[in-house]
Design a protein around this ligand. Structure first.
Ligand code: GLA
Length: 344
């Protein structure tokens, strides 16, 4: 909260995300169990997420709950913001009689430890969003995974930024990219790398691509990263902004505003499409132009359904499933969010 602009206190965000959480789930607490609506479904599944206060993860839970009601099975929602909490949660799930777990781990390097614990407790496992990384630093391709086509989606962000730059008549000499990066996480790195590569190919010189690494993967982390960059580059006239997700880009947009960069001199595009709805609803447009909407339904409902079928009928899911993104802007977001079941 310390260096965050007064115009948008983090407490407001936290309060609103908690409110959203309260509406979508049973609360902001670390774990909540939804029993099946019909009599004793024998199947019990855990759904663990790394950032339970992010709307993206609340929506995954919302769709997992829909699957729990439809199959039916009982669902245990767990928010685990660090490795210790995640590993303890797996022990608790096993002790509580669960047979499987969908997990977006708070730390991908925990992969081998999570796999070992799940194996020992005979829990079937699907990782979602953030792929496990093995001791050799490579993705653990033997663990079932559903995630986004991160590079492709990043490239779409880059293409949209390039066409906005062209449409606005900005030149490469007075334009630069602010890429809010989080290279520790492979899916985040692929997104910003994809956007940067496309912009270079579209004619933005390499030296006009500025990387601003986040220390924490949240709005304040992105705000600080962007602010540092803007201090170092006071002469850039037009800014293009990309990042690993909506919050990364929102932090940069707040930093641009804090520095007095006019709305029409920056264009920013997020990823998730779920964490920027309030931003797009603002009556006065900000430089947050749009976002690549991901499918929280595929990530929440489909993973849970695949796990349920695996447990109940022995149908093993594919080792790897990739999902796509769709651009939403102020013009079409209400319609698209409705179509995708994100909003009523
Ligand atoms: C990562 C990000 C989330 C979301 C998911 C999508 O986990 O931190 O905000 O983008 O990927 O898979």
């Amino acid at each position: 909260m310390k260096k965050f602009p007064r115009g948008l206190p983090l407490s407001t965000l936290t309060a609103s995300t908690c409110l959203l959480a309260a509406l979508l789930t049973t609360g902001c607490g670390p774990s909540a169990e939804t029993p099946p609506p019909t009599k004793a479904g024998a199947v019990k599944i855990g759904f663990l997420v790394k950032q339970p206060d992010e709307p993206w993860f609340q929506l995954e839970w919302k769709f997992a709950e829909k699957a729990a009601q439809a199959m039916p099975f009982s669902l245990v929602k767990i928010g685990a913001t660090d490795g210790e909490k995640a590993l303890t949660a797996i022990d608790n799930l096993a002790a509580g009689g669960a047979q499987g777990l969908v997990i977006c781990t708070p730390d991908t390097k925990l992969g081998p430890a999570i796999v070992a614990k799940a194996k020992a407790a005979k829990l079937k496992l699907i990782s979602v969003d953030d792929r496990f990384v093995g001791a050799d630093g490579q993705p653990m391709t033997g663990v079932h995974y559903l995630g986004i086509s991160a590079r492709k989606i990043g490239e779409s962000v880059g293409q949209t930024l390039a066409s906005e730059m062209k449409r606005r008549g900005w030149t490469a000499a007075d334009t630069a990219l602010c890429a809010i990066t989080f290279d520790e996480l492979a899916t985040a790195k692929e997104r910003t790398d994809g956007a940067s590569t496309v912009l270079t190919a579209a004619g933005l010189p390499k030296e006009r691509i500025f990387r601003a690494p986040m220390r924490t993967a949240d709005i304040p982390g992105a705000f600080d990263a962007a602010n540092n960059l803007l201090t170092q580059q006071p002469n850039v006239k037009h800014w293009l902004v990309c990042g690993s997700n909506d919050n990364a880009v929102l932090g940069a947009v707040r930093a641009l505003e804090g520095r007095g960069v006019a709305v029409e001199n920056a264009v920013a595009i997020g990823i998730n499409g779920t964490d920027c709805i309030v931003e797009l609803e603002k009556t006065k447009a900000t430089s947050f132009y749009g976002s690549m909407l991901l499918s929280a339904k595929e990530h929440g409902y489909k993973t849970s359904e695949m796990l349920y079928r695996w447990i109940k009928d022995g149908v093993e899911p594919p080792l790897e499933t990739r999902t796509i993104g769709t651009l939403i802007t102020r013009e079409n977001f209400r319609q698209v969010l409705k179509e995708q079941g994100v909003r009523d």
